[in-house]
Design a protein around this ligand. Structure first.
Ligand SMILES: Cc1ncc(COP(=O)(O)O)c(C=O)c1O
Length: 405
């Protein structure tokens, strides 16, 4: 193989390998807090079968054909109604680009905007799927630390100032305002407003990844940054993976018609999986989606509260964690000197798994943090897994205390 190609394939291989994770089905005896997978028993399998029957009864052969990604079928219309009802976003069907999951949407945005060496700003920590996509696109990432209210617009402004002095401009800011992955926190309304102002005043494009917005089980729904900023300054990314099923591979990007058309024309594949789009369209239009959301909110609240109680009961003083109002994740902070990657092998050995903090930081920091997903585990697994994790944390803390003498 030509050296140039060998280098390229192995670089991409190395990048992909750095994102290798344990199997989605954990080995026998392991309690996995690893993946943000939806609760399995509530997946709407029967309703998807009903939807397929409906398509057959109504001779919807178009559902098995190629479809235009923007005007292909009715899902754009159903999503426009849903966005207005559930997310407070007013968008015409032509402003919605349906993608094969929101990961694919992010990849499409990167294809259009990122050249190797470009700068992307992002939450630190941030969903590792996104950091992987940005890394593969060759972007240089600048992480902006978040706190319990999400990303701080003043810090974003300070980074913009610094970059401007260096003659640089980021391509966009990628941020997860609601039930952040991995931290579980949400951006306050004031900060949403300030970020929207920053986008408008500084010409900063914001890519708002709101995968968990609808899975709120406490508190008020805040406005999206998209709805607060001027048109064109925010691209809003959503997904049906968490609220219907990840296997449908359906996500969407909302933006100005011009941008949506440009993004779709930049792809020869039609992006959209026509068949699953037709199933989702039926699911949304029959009202089953809304009823399912209510059920999901109840399920995730129970799981989250169960995990919070287990942490309260089991964890030693010095360990802290976030208390989410929705979504799938709790973010744990270990005491000084205790490292999440260091305790992971022992945790796996005794039967519990999680993702250590550095996976979520572009610069590999975050050793004292770890992400716990409560979405796919049972209450019994939560009790057992958190007790095991606490055992290992206690041992590690004792080791640190002994080393300090
Ligand atoms: C924040 C965030 N964005 C996007 C995605 C990807 O979703 P999709 O299945 O639509 O590609 C996930 C899935 O884990 C996520 O957590």
């Amino acid at each position: 193989m030509d050296e140039r190609w060998a280098e390229r394939w192995s670089r991409r291989g190395r990048l992909a390998a750095s994102a290798d994770r344990p199997s989605r089905t954990p080995p026998e005896g392991i309690i996995s807090f690893v993946y943000g997978d939806p609760d399995e028993p509530s997946l709407p399998l029967n309703e998807m079968a009903q939807a397929a029957e409906f398509l057959a009864e109504h001779e919807r052969r178009d559902a098995l054909g190629y479809q235009n990604p923007i005007r292909g079928d009715e899902l754009n219309g159903a999503l426009a109604e849903k966005l207005a009802r559930d997310q407070g976003i007013e968008a015409r069907p032509e402003q919605i680009l349906i993608t094969a999951g929101s990961s694919s949407g992010l990849g499409t945005i990167c294809d259009a905007l990122i050249d190797p060496g470009d700068t992307v700003l992002l939450d630190a920590p941030a969903w590792m799927g996104a950091t992987m996509i940005f890394r593969l696109a060759g972007a240089e990432m600048i992480g902006i630390p978040i706190d319990e209210h999400g990303i701080d617009p003043d810090r974003v402004a300070a980074v913009l100032d610094r970059l401007e002095r260096e003659g640089r401009r980021p391509k966009f800011l990628y941020t997860l305002p609601t039930f952040q992955n991995p931290a579980g926190v949400e951006l306050s309304v004031e900060r949403r407003e300030a970020l929207a102002r920053l986008a408008d005043e500084r010409g900063l494009l914001i890519v708002e990844d709101d995968a968990y917005y609808e899975l709120r089980f406490r508190g008020e729904y805040p406005p999206t940054i998209y709805s607060l900023a001027k048109p064109g300054n925010v691209l809003y990314c959503g997904t049906l993976s968490k609220t219907i099923a990840a296997g449908l591979r359906l996500g969407y990007i909302v933006g100005p018609e011009l941008v949506v058309a440009a993004l779709s024309r930049a792809r020869v594949d039609s992006l959209r999986n026509s068949f699953s789009a037709a199933l989702a369209d039926w699911y949304l239009r029959t009202g089953k989606y809304s009823a399912h959301l209510d059920e999901l909110r109840r399920i995730y609240q129970q799981k989250c509260d169960h995990m919070l109680r287990a942490l309260e009961r089991e964890m030693p003083d010095g360990v802290s964690w976030t208390k989410p109002n929705g979504g799938f994740f709790i973010w744990l902070t270990l005491p000084e000197g205790v490292s999440a990657p260091a305790i992971l092998p022992e945790c796996r050995e005794i039967g519990v798994d999680f993702i250590p903090g550095p996976a979520f930081y572009a610069d590999g920091s975050g050793e004292r943090h770890l992400r716990l997903s409560y979405s796919a585990v049972t209450p019994e697994e939560i009790d057992k897994g958190i007790a095991l994790l606490a055992q290992v944390v206690r041992r590690a803390m004792a080791g640190v205390a002994a080393a300090r003498g």
